[in-house]
Structures are given as C-alpha cells and as structure tokens.
Design a protein around this ligand. Structure first.
Ligand code: FES
Ligand SMILES: [Fe+2]
Length: 408
C-alpha cells in the first residue's frame, strides 16, 4: 500500500497546500471539515462580517436565537448584509429591505407587488453553523443539508473543569506557515530562547540552545504528534513534552502549564499537565488567518487563568530598538507570539519560496506528506483524516499531548 501513498502525494504539489479558495485542491479539502469562525461572545445583536476560505460572509444571530452564516453581499444588488438589521426571522438588507432567514431563504421583498411570489425563488448562499463550548463552527462543504458531525472536542465539550476562550487573534500571512511551525520543535530552543523558556525548571530541560532534546514525529489517525524527550530525573524515567497537530488545522500544546504559568513542576512531573491548550486555525484567505485559542483546565488552582494571563502579559520584548531601526517586527525577542509572527510572516508562502530542507526538518517533511495525502483523499471523494464519520459523533475527541515525566 506504500506505493499507493506515494502516488497520492504526487498529485498534490507543495504549492497547493497554502491555497484555500473555492475550487483549489486544499480549499476543497478544508471544506470537508467544520472550521471555527468566531467566538460566541463576538456575535451580539449586530451582524459580523467574516472571511472564511476566501469567501465573504456575514454571521448573525436572529432574535429567536438561531445562528446564520450567509453570503455577505445581498443577492438583489449587492449591498453588504454586514449593515443589515437583525430581526426575529432573519436578517434584512438595509437597501431595499429583502429579508433572509438563516437558511438563506428570502422571506420578504417590500418593494415588490403585493401578489409577487418572486421571493420564494430567491435562496441566498448560506452555510451550516453550530456552537460548541464558546466557539462557533461553520461547514462550507458539500451536503449542506447533511454535513458530517461536528467533532466533540474535549477542550470544548467536557464539563467539570474551567474553560477559557482567549481573545481571538488575526494574522496577515499564510495560515500554513503557522500550522507547520508546530511540526518544527527545534525552533522553540532557538527562536524562543529569548522568552525565558530556558530560565526555569521545565525550560531548562527542553529549551536549551546547546543541548536540544530528542525529537520524534509520529503519524496518527488524526494527524501527527511531536514528542520531545530528555533523560528524566531518575534512572528509567524521561521528561516528555508533546504537541499534537490534528487535521485540518488544530494544534494542542502540552506544556503551557509548565512554560507559561511556571507552576512548581514537582507535582506536574508525576501527574502530567492538567491544562489543554488548543488552537483552532481558520484561513480567511491565502494571506490571512484567525486563531481561536481554548484553555481547558482540570487542576485545582482557582486562579490558573489569571496567572496564565499575567504571565503572558509579562512576556514583553526586552530588546532595545535603536532610533534608526525601521524593521517592521521590532522588537520581537522576549514574546513568544511576536517571535513566531516575525519568523513566519517573513518566510513567504510555501511553494513560492526557495527552501533548503535539513535533517531537523524531518517533522515538517512528514507533516507535509500527511497534509498532501489528506488533500488527495478529499479530491477523490474519500474521507480525509480528522473527519468524524456519521454514527461516531457522540464520542469525545481527545488529543493527548502528555507533558511530564514518565517511565521509559
Ligand atoms: S441590495 Fe439588498 S435588497 Fe436591494
Ligand atoms: Fe513558536
């Protein structure tokens, strides 16, 4: 079956991966999944314009509480529904008052003759949309009447712990630079050494410029796992730091509790982390993407999220910016998110940039193969990795990103 896999990969070029518009191979692949499109508290009593996979859309909640996601531009003569009025039965275009329900069906056309039935024939673009645990997901693919199940992600669907949705982040470069960066853990030891990762008990183990951990990359049935290991504190043990990349665009980071909250690591080392830190990425188009970040904490510290917020706020770039320094991303050293933005946004887009891959790019190479196979599977009408099949929707999707000490 291996030769099959190779054949599949050949059909999708590297340059296809970052292109997300309708009709592109990766665009069609991404349209097989539910994608996070907003945090619940971003959708209030006015419409919200969003761009997803190159499509201009408007998200709203009608006064009966139903969520709707419709084409931004009114099918009559194109005015933006972002300025529409939200009503009990849907959204009304401000220009000539056409009213659309959440399914896109036109219900009223006030300027048409009283006996006109034209509105029944007007069905505006609309997509399936659902809520889960503080996020709103949309499905832009085929079978809108019967979309695949929305996976029940543990960080969003579980009860009993504390959940936090971080402020939504918007970036202006290609989404795949961010995604595949997680398949490249050695950058943490180098780019992020300025963040102070290496100045604490856990960081000393994993984020050393000179003594890097061992990296292992494991293909899984939902994507890939990155496993970093170092010799543990006692014979027969090892330190483990894991990160998960789940298709189509989800990252679970295992070490947030160790690295950012910097709790006393002694207990964590035996029990493992109790914080699921999960990023849902959504490409807006080929040059923009949005990050929805969820923290789900099952530990006993009632101030855990406050501490996380305080520690992140304290991670400010410390480098001096010279008065003649006009570089766009200065200063960046000292804040992990700014360090990532500087390096990823200056790379250019995959397929359009020149590259000299090295041994340390092993994870990136494997991950690109996994993605190309998934794109290829979607192109053949097969179910790509990460799409939950019907009948299995009740199960909770866990991405175990174990981080702690374990026996070898
Ligand atoms: S443009 Fe929307 S009703 Fe005319
Ligand atoms: Fe990074």
């Amino acid at each position: 079956m291996k030769s099959n896999g190779k054949k599949k990969t050949k059909q999708v070029a590297l340059a296809d991966i970052p292109r997300v518009g309708p009709g592109t191979p990766a665009g069609e692949w991404l349209r097989r999944y539910w994608l996070a499109v907003a945090a619940v508290d971003e959708v209030k009593d006015i419409p919200k314009a969003i761009k997803v996979l190159g499509e201009e859309l408007v998200l709203f909640r009608d006064l009966e509480g139903r969520l709707g996601l419709v084409g931004e531009h009114c099918p009559h003569r194109g005015t933006s529904l972002e300025y529409g009025d939200v009503e009990e039965r849907g959204i009304r275009c401000p220009y000539h008052g056409w009213l659309f329900d959440v399914s896109g069906q036109c219900l009223e056309q006030p300027a048409e003759p009283k006996d006109s039935v034209f509105c029944r024939k007007v069905k505006h673009l609309s997509y399936a949309v659902r809520e889960q645990g503080g996020l709103i997901f949309a499905y832009l693919g085929p079978d809108q009447a019967e979309p695949p199940p929305l996976p029940r992600y543990s960080c969003l669907a579980e009860r009993g712990g504390q959940r936090q949705i971080e402020p939504v982040r918007h970036n202006d470069y290609n989404w795949f630079n961010f995604f595949e960066n997680s398949a490249d853990p050695c950058h943490i030891c180098i780019l992020h050494r300025h963040t102070g990762y290496g100045e604490q008990s856990w960081g000393d183990q994993f984020f050393s410029y000179t003594e890097m951990p061992d990296f292992d990359f494991v293909e899984t049935d939902y994507g890939m796992k990155v496993v970093m290991t170092k010799p543990g504190p006692a014979a027969g043990t090892e330190f483990v730091d894991t990160m998960t990349l789940a298709l189509p665009s989800i990252i679970q980071v295992g070490d947030t509790e160790f690295v950012h909250v910097k709790v006393d690591a002694a207990k964590l080392m035996t029990e493992g982390s109790q914080c699921e830190h999960v990023l849902f990425l959504t490409p807006n188009d080929d040059e923009h993407f949005t990050i929805f970040t969820v923290n789900y904490y099952t530990g006993s510290d009632p101030r855990f999220f406050d501490k996380l917020k305080e520690m992140r706020a304290a991670e400010v770039p410390k480098e001096e910016v010279k008065p003649y320094d006009r570089r766009k991303y200065m200063p960046f050293k000292g804040n992990v998110r700014q360090e990532d933005i500087m390096s990823q946004s200056t790379q250019g887009t995959l397929g359009a940039r020149a590259e000299r891959l090295a041994t340390s790019d092993k994870g990136v190479i494997l991950f690109r193969r996994i993605i190309r196979e998934a794109i290829s599977a979607a192109g053949k009408g097969e179910r790509p990795k990460g799409v939950v099949s019907k009948g299995r929707e009740q199960g909770i999707v866990y991405y175990d990103s174990f981080t702690g000490v374990r026996k070898v």
